[in-house]
Ligand binder design. Structure first.
Ligand SMILES: *[C@@H]1O[C@H](CO)[C@@H](O)[C@H](O)[C@H]1NC(C)=O
Ligand SMILES: *[C@@H]1O[C@H](CO)[C@@H](O)[C@H](O)[C@H]1NC(C)=O
Ligand SMILES: *[C@@H]1O[C@H](CO)[C@@H](O)[C@H](O)[C@H]1NC(C)=O
Ligand SMILES: *[C@@H]1O[C@H](CO)[C@@H](O)[C@H](O)[C@H]1NC(C)=O
Ligand SMILES: *[C@@H]1O[C@H](CO)[C@@H](O)[C@H](O)[C@H]1NC(C)=O
Length: 443
């Protein structure tokens, strides 16, 4: 009974997720029609998928509790996907039968082909193969790339070097094809190329997957922009243009008019920014690994066994910064230590409740002002908005983190996720082997 009261008290937060009137779309909101940002060649707008400006916005008014639970379920699928990369397996267990809303979290506008066709694609910095649904695709959403209408579209033949970079590829009548899983979905298509334009720079002969088949609901409906480190990723293919350097500021989940920026290339990146070395795992080439060395709850450094945070290229253990997971996961001994310190600080007499996968929730105000992620050479002090999830009436508040799933693969990977990255600029500077983080109110 107590539990259900807590859940009801959270319903007030549904306001946050339903502020926009029904049917408000990119076309009817004047604010969305033209970007707030100067039309620069290297800066583009990043929207939360539930932004009033997002065409992928879910219009049915699901409650906040549902939304959170959905986000957590989606994270589970996401973690399975990340695990498949860590383990070097291509196929992963399909998510349990529960119906969940599975859409990407942050999207940007991409223009593909000649003349350009617009798709709202998911940002994914842990993936190397970009893909878009193509006309004729079985199981894709209705918004697809009509390749036949583009004069610059081409198939990529099996002999081309790019084909050898595609995971789970085969050769179909000379064309490079693939079948992959993404979270709980399977996707299949062929490797193709066409001009891709983000912001205003056209990238000719950009290699991407042209989807012909999808099952499941995990794959982003209008495609995916792969910002991983591997050789086929968008950043690798635009090496001469953007020098493997980009940054993003993910807008807040709380703000109704979510929008942030994706900034491509070294120009215009913050000069004064705290940085930590970027680690490279040749066996997991997509991931941006960093060295998380500790966590502070308030001012106190939590006692975490160093082995829980250690980078190990052989097992895939360590810490990655991921744009596609919503809530940070720490390996079990690390999470337990952080949570216990959090509970201790809240006072032993304060009743702890749980909500979904969150196990540290309160109906009294949380008095812990900050959590600090301590990386090698860089401390990132998170304000409450980056580690708490709470109702607008503030009657229940949860620590917005969880333990990594217990399976052998996920259990070694710490994932710094998007809730913790909101309103921060995260700079990925591969040439200088560093990741920068700076507070930036981008929403
Ligand atoms: C969000 O955008 C709408 C439409 O442009 C505007 O009327 C409203 O004031 C904005 N809300 C906030 C909190 O900025
Ligand atoms: C690409 O390959 C598909 C299937 O193999 C074929 O139907 C299509 O005509 C090809 N397109 C071009 C531009 O070569
Ligand atoms: C992908 O699946 C299709 C049928 O679902 C099959 O025809 C094709 O050979 C498969 N390709 C690969 C690379 O496994
Ligand atoms: C905790 O609760 C017990 C029993 O109600 C009480 O005696 C004690 O003083 C409380 N401790 C604190 C720190 O509030
Ligand atoms: C991070 O915080 C710890 C503990 O407060 C401190 O010892 C360390 O010097 C800080 N590191 C940096 C780079 O500021």
């Amino acid at each position: 009974m107590e539990g259900s009261i807590n859940i009801l008290s959270l319903l007030s937060l549904l306001l946050i997720f339903s502020l926009a009137p029904l049917g408000w779309s990119a076309n009817t909101n004047p604010k969305c029609a033209k970007s707030n940002y100067k039309d620069s060649s290297t800066v583009l707008q990043v929207l939360h998928v539930n932004s009033p400006c997002s065409p992928l916005r879910q219009h049915e008014s699901s409650s906040w509790v549902d939304t959170v639970l959905q986000m957590q379920s989606k994270d589970t699928t996401r973690l399975q996907y990340l695990a498949s990369l860590v383990a070097g397996r291509s196929f992963v267990p399909v998510a349990s039968g529960r119906q969940v809303l599975q859409t990407p979290t942050y999207i940007v506008k991409a223009k593909i082909g000649t003349p350009p066709q617009t798709l709202m694609v998911a940002l994914d910095n842990s993936n190397d193969l970009s893909w878009f649904p193509c006309s004729g695709c079985v199981g894709c959403s209705s918004t697809v790339f009509a390749s036949a209408k583009s004069t610059t579209f081409n198939n990529v033949s099996c002999e081309r070097a790019q084909c050898s970079l595609v995971p789970r590829r085969s050769c179909d009548a000379g064309t490079c094809t693939f079948n992959l899983t993404y979270g709980g979905s399977s996707i299949g298509g062929s490797l193709t190329e066409d001009t891709l334009t983000l912001a205003t720079d056209p990238v000719p002969q950009f290699d991407f997957g042209c989807l012909q088949k999808t099952t499941g609901s995990s794959a982003p409906p209008q495609g995916l922009l792969a910002l991983g480190r591997g050789p086929l990723s968008f950043m690798s293919q635009t090496q001469s243009l953007y020098q493997s350097t980009f940054s993003y500021c993910l807008p807040s989940y709380k703000s109704p008019n979510f929008s942030g920026t994706l900034r491509l290339g070294p120009n215009g990146q913050p000069k004064r920014i705290k940085t930590t070395p970027l680690l490279r795992n040749p066996r997991r080439s997509s991931f941006y690994y960093v060295n998380l060395v500790g966590v502070k709850v308030g001012r106190r450094i939590v006692d975490i066994p160093p082995s829980a945070l250690a980078f190990n290229p052989n097992t895939g253990a360590g810490t990655i910064i991921d744009s596609g997971t919503v809530f940070t996961r720490l390996v079990e001994p690390a999470y337990t230590a952080v949570r216990n310190e959090f509970r201790r600080r809240m006072g032993r007499n304060t009743t702890v409740t749980s909500l979904g996968g969150f196990d540290t929730c309160y109906t009294v105000p949380v008095t812990i002002p900050t959590i600090t992620l301590m990386f090698a050479g860089m401390n990132v002090t998170l304000p409450q908005d980056n580690f708490l999830i709470h109702s607008s009436s503030s009657s229940t508040t949860c620590l917005a983190m969880a333990a990594s799933p217990a399976d052998p693969v996920n259990s070694v990977l710490n994932v710094i996720a998007s809730w913790q990255q909101q309103n921060h600029r995260i700079l990925f500077d591969v040439p200088n082997s560093r990741v920068g983080v700076a507070r930036e109110p981008c929403s």
